[in-house]
Design a protein around this ligand. Structure first.
Ligand code: GDP
Ligand code: MG
Length: 378
C-alpha cells in the first residue's frame, strides 16, 4: 500500500500554522520596583529573550506594553513604580483603567489576564508596609474585575527569609491567588555557594490554574520553565483527541485506510507541537508520519494491530471483514500521541537533533517508540 506521507505532513504543517495564527495573546501586567528582577523573571519564564525587546510602547503615562512580532504574549511593565507613593497611586489607577478598557473591548486579546506583583526578598529587607497597603487598595478595587493577582517574591534567597515574607503576605488575607517565591536564575555567592534557581515551574502551574481555557495553549507555547506542565497539557490534547473520536461515534473505516491520518490526529499533532513551542519542519513531520503511521507503520499496523490489539476488541468479526473500529482508531490515536510527545520532549531537551530523525537510525527509533506505545495500550 502506497501512503502519501508528504501530503499527511503538509496537512499537519497547515494545522500547526493555523493553530499558531489563532493563538490568543496572553497579557500580563508586571508590577514592581525597578531592580527587583522583573526582566530576569520574564526572560527565564518565556522563550526568545522576551524582556530584551526594548522599552515597549507607552500605553499610559506610567505603563509600557512590550510585544514581539508573531509572539502571542504582551507584557505590561511599570517603570518608575519605586519613585514615590504618588507615583504608585498613579500606576494603580492606570492599571485599573487598562483593565476596564480591556473588559469593555470584549476581546480576549485586549484583556489583562493576570497581574504579577513582584517584591524582592533581598538579604536583610523586611516587607515594606506601603507595598502591603498598595496591594490592599488594589485588591479592593479589583473586586469587580477579578483579575487574578499573583504575588511573586523575586530573588527569594535565603529561602527562610522568603518563607517569612510569604507568611507575612498570607496573613493579610488579601484577595490574591497565591504568593510564589522564585529564584529565576542561579545565584552565585563569592563562588563558594551557588543557590539554584527554583519556583519558576510553580508560577507556571499557578498561571495554568487561573487562566481561561482559551489561553492554555498560548501559555504553554510561550513558557519554557516547566516541561512537566507542557507534558500534562499535551497529554490532555491526546485524551481529548481520543475522546473526540469516540464521541463522534467514529465510523468504521476500511482497514486499508488505517494508515491515513484522520483529522482528529492531525489536530492532535498540531496541538502538541504548539504546546512545545518548537519550530517543526515538514520533513520532520514526514519522517514522523512515515516511521509511525505511514509506510513503515503500515507493516506495524498490519502485524501489531491485527495480532495484538484487534483480537482483544469486541466485534473482531468486523475487523476480519476488513474494517477497523472506532476503538482501534482510538488506540492508534493514543499511541501516535504518546510517541509524538516523547519525540517532542527529546527535541525540547536537546537529547536528539531534529536532523537525526531523518536518518535510517532515527526512523527506526521512532518506529520503536510507536510500537511500544501501541503495546502499552492493550
Ligand atoms: N542571580 C540572580 N540574579 C537576579 C535574579 N533576579 C534579578 N537578578 C539580578 O538583579 C538585577 C536586576 O534585575 P532585573 O531583572 O533587571 O530587574 P527589573 O528592573 O525588575 O527588571 C540584575 O542584575 C539581575 O541579574 C535572579 O533570580 N537570580
Ligand atoms: Mg526590567
Amino acid at each position: 500500500m502506497q501512503i502519501d506521507t508528504d501530503k499527511m505532513a503538509q496537512q499537519c504543517i497547515d494545522a500547526i500554522n493555523d493553530k499558531i495564527k489563532n493563538l490568543k495573546t496572553l497579557n500580563i501586567m508586571v508590577v514592581g520596583k525597578s531592580g527587583v528582577g522583573k526582566s530576569t523573571l520574564i526572560n527565564s519564564l518565556f522563550r526568545g529573550n522576551f524582556a530584551e525587546t526594548g522599552l515597549g510602547r507607552p500605553v499610559t503615562s506610567e505603563i509600557r506594553k512590550k510585544v514581539k512580532k508573531d509572539y502571542p504574549l504582551a507584557i505590561y511593565d511599570t517603570p518608575g513604580f519605586e519613585l514615590s507613593s504618588g507615583q504608585q497611586n498613579k500606576v494603580k489607577d492606570e492599571i485599573l483603567d487598562i483593565i476596564s478598557k480591556g473588559f469593555a473591548s470584549k476581546d480576549i486579546n485586549d484583556a489583562i489576564h493576570c497581574i504579577w506583583y513582584c517584591v524582592n526578598v533581598g538579604g536583610n529587607r523586611t516587607f515594606d508596609e506601603s507595598e502591603i497597603n498598595w496591594l490592599k487598595e488594589f485588591t479592593a478595587e479589583n473586586k469587580v474585575t477579578q483579575v487574578p493577582i499573583i504575588v511573586v517574591l523575586t530573588q527569594a534567597i535565603p529561602k527562610k527569609k522568603a518563607a517569612e515574607m510569604k507568611n507575612h503576605v498570607e496573613k493579610e488575607n488579601l484577595d490574591i491567588v497565591k504568593v510564589v517565591p522564585i529564584l529565576a536564575q542561579d545565584m552565585d555567592f563569592d563562588e563558594e555557594y551557588i543557590a539554584r534557581a527554583y519556583g519558576l515551574d510553580q508560577l507556571i502551574d499557578v498561571m495554568a490554574e487561573v487562566l481561561p481555557n482559551e489561553l492554555q495553549s498560548t501559555l504553554q507555547n510561550v513558557q519554557k520553565a516547566s516541561l512537566d506542565s507542557k507534558k500534562r497539557a499535551a497529554q490532555a490534547v491526546v485524551a481529548a483527541a481520543v475522546a473526540g473520536s469516540f464521541g463522534e461515534g467514529f465510523a468504521p473505516i476500511p482497514f486499508s485506510d488505517a494508515a491515513l491520518l484522520i483529522p482528529t490526529q492531525v489536530g492532535m499533532i498540531a496541538g502538541i507541537t504548539v504546546i512545545f513551542g518548537l519550530d517543526i519542519s515538514k520533513s520532520f513531520l514526514t519522517s514522523f508520519v512515515s516511521a509511525t503511521i505511514g509506510s513503515a507503520g503500515a507493516t506495524i499496523l498490519g502485524k501489531t494491530i491485527v495480532s495484538n490489539l484487534l483480537k482483544l476488541i469486541p466485534g473482531v468479526g468486523t475487523v476480519a471483514g476488513g474494517l477497523i473500529s472506532g476503538t482501534t482508531a482510538g488506540l492508534l490515536t493514543t499511541a501516535l500521541g504518546g510517541a509524538y510527545i516523547m519525540i517532542m520532549e527529546m527535541v525540547y531537551k536537546g537529547e536528539i537533533d531534529k536532523e537525526k530523525l531523518y536518518t535510517a537510525e532515527g526512523q527506526k527509533e521512532m518506529t520503536r517508540l510507536f510500537k511500544e506505545e501501541l503495546k502499552k495500550k492493550k
